[in-house]
Design a protein around this ligand. Structure first.
Ligand code: AMP
Length: 284
């Protein structure tokens, strides 16, 4: 596996792959790899001649009060894991390489899909995500890009952005990888204190409790939301940000639960803020 740090070198690599008729799988990440990241790389490996993983902790998607400075980083560790997964190129540019003029004057905003939930709690977050992913797509060129359902709203935002802007990239969503106790894998889990780590599966339990209500025939979103909030409130360490049930495509809460739905939760456990979600179909 080759580690590439400049945009020019990555472009040259990808041009060569495409010239030879090869397809490219792209896996954008912020590093500190876990099984969730590796599942995306494995999926890309199985489908493409060439796999590039990008590793860039994007300052633009962190608010000044957030954890940019303490975000876990270890290039050697990540490079070893990506190489094991069969990745061809790890693209790890510096902040100066990605933003040579300092802050980007041009940004990408994805309307109402980015406004609620993570967008409400982190108002500049999705502009940062959409802008850097547009840059990465522009650098990578035509390819298939793999994103996790773990960050469900992000997946919708990126897919919509690629469609709206006719970017030559197919966006593919991949299932959430979980620990044995249900906790969704996340780079931020390493920051949980032992008691917080023990309480963290409460998020997944709340989602499952909400989904069980819907599976049992409940069609009133308020009842499902109450159920999730009750489960979350049972742990003193969990400070709920939001718990909701929405249409899986629009993120709008319906008055009656029907069709493809997504249960969403976000909560703070001490310093780390965790998010999780679950899809469920409610038959008419
Ligand atoms: P991050 O490094 O947190 O920005 O994540 C990079 C990519 O990995 C994103 O597309 C995430 O949605 C995805 N990802 C993160 N955690 C998981 C997980 N537990 N299962 C599947 N995909 C994940």
């Amino acid at each position: 596996m080759k580690i590439v740090t400049t945009i020019a070198e990555l472009r040259a690599h990808h041009d060569e792959v495409r010239r030879a008729g090869g397809s490219i799988g792209l896996v954008p990440t912020m590093g500190w790899f876990h099984e969730g990241h590796l599942s995306l790389m494995g999926r890309a490996r199985a489908a493409h001649d060439h796999v590039t993983t990008t590793l860039f902790v994007n300052p633009l998607q962190f608010a000044p009060t957030e954890d940019l400075a303490t975000y876990p980083r270890d290039l050697d560790r990540d490079a070893a894991l990506a190489a094991e997964e069969g990745v061809d190129v790890l693209f790890a540019p510096s902040v100066e390489e990605m933003y040579p003029a300092g802050a980007s004057l041009t940004t990408v905003q994805v309307g109402e899909l980015s406004a609620p939930f993570e967008g409400a709690s982190r108002p500049t977050h999705f502009t940062g995500v959409a802008t850097v992913v547009t840059k990465l797509f522009s650098i990578a060129g035509p390819c298939t890009a793999y994103f996790g359902e773990k960050d469900y709203q992000q997946l919708l935002v990126v897919a919509r952005m690629a469609a709206d802007l006719n970017l030559p990239v197919e966006v593919v969503g991949c299932p959430t990888v979980r620990e044995h106790d249900g906790l969704a894998m996340s780079s931020r889990n390493v920051k949980l204190e032992p008691a917080e780590r023990a309480a963290a599966p409460t998020l997944h339990r709340a989602l499952c409790a909400g989904a069980a209500r819907i599976a049992a025939g409940e069609r009133d979103p308020d009842v499902v939301i109450d159920e999730m909030r009750t489960v979350l409130a049972a742990s003193d360490l969990v400070e709920t940000d939001y718990a909701d049930v929405v249409d899986a495509a629009t993120l709008v809460r319906p008055t009656e639960l029907r069709g493809e739905l997504r249960l969403l939760v976000a909560a703070r456990l001490g310093e780390p803020r965790l998010i999780d979600n679950l899809g469920i179909h409610a038959p008419a």
